[in-house]
Design a protein around this ligand. Structure first.
Ligand code: PEP
Length: 256
């Protein structure tokens, strides 16, 4: 049985003061939610401030990016050790926005994941096909290559620290969610790739779905056998909506 993991990806939204307002509104709403890991990834600038609030509520802090380098003359970069210092337990790597807007390759994502694991932070590694790739029938081929490349430096004994996020690019920020059946098909395929790479540990690796998740669709997605969590962009900016997503069991029937 894999423990559900619901994570917020705020992207480049909220000042530190706005993030603090969110933290005060959100934390009491998920107090006592022991069924799942709850993770929030604000911009770097808000990590310290909201981390202090979340610490008392069992909410884990995550970064949205990390440098593959440990230290040195890398202007503008933030190392894994700096994230540990601020209390980060997770970090997102390989998000499609970083792949497409900032030219990040699987090889770079692999180095970032390795840097995180070495520092004791769990990487949330994102993979997903574009609409063009899906329509060309290349979804599995693309996912396979991303998993191979992005997880190339994850040692088998650390596989369980990994979280994989399936984020079909056509569903991110578009309001167009993959149906539970489409998402499950991709997750089941990803599980076979994880088994090929990590053997027995693969059954314990959590695979999140990301792409226009909201309170109305989270229950049906989470009901799928290989969907172990959600990575949420837009809906996670609202403390009430994200708290409903965290308590996804209570949303049963919301889409009907
Ligand atoms: C994301 O960016 O990780 C994401 C899933 O965004 P949204 O929920 O807004 O589609």
């Amino acid at each position: 049985m894999r423990r559900p993991i619901l994570a917020a990806n705020w992207k480049m939204h909220k000042t530190a003061a706005e993030a603090l307002d969110f933290a005060y509104a959100f934390a009491p709403r998920v107090d006592g939610a022991t069924h799942a890991d709850v993770v929030v990834a604000p911009p770097f600038t808000a990590l310290d401030r909201i981390g202090r609030v979340f610490a008392g509520h069992g909410i884990a802090l995550a970064a949205q990016n990390v440098s593959p380098e440990a230290e040195g003359a890398f202007t503008g970069e933030v190392s894994a050790r700096m994230l540990v210092d601020l209390g980060c337990r997770y970090a997102i790597v390989g998000h499609s926005e970083r792949r497409t807007l900032f030219g990040e390759t699987d090889a770079l994502v692999a180095r970032k994941a390795a840097a995180l694991l070495a520092a004791g932070i769990r990487p949330i590694v994102c993979v997903g096909e574009t609409l063009e790739q899906r329509e060309a029938g290349r979804t599995f081929e693309v996912l396979s290559a991303q998993v191979e490349g992005s997880l190339a430096q994850v040692p088998r004994e650390r596989a369980e620290d990994l979280v994989l996020a399936y984020e079909p690019v056509w569903a991110i920020g578009t309001g167009r969610t993959a149906t539970p059946a489409i998402a499950q098909e991709a997750h089941a395929f990803l599980r076979t790739r994880l088994v090929a790479r990590f053997a027995g540990s693969a059954e314990r690796i959590r695979i999140q779905y990301g792409g226009s998740v909201k309170p109305e669709n989270v229950y049906d997605l989470m009901a799928q056998a290989d969907i172990d969590g959600a990575l949420v962009g837009g809906a996670s900016l609202d403390p009430v909506a994200f708290a409903r997503i965290v308590r996804f069991e209570a949303e049963k029937g919301a889409s009907r």
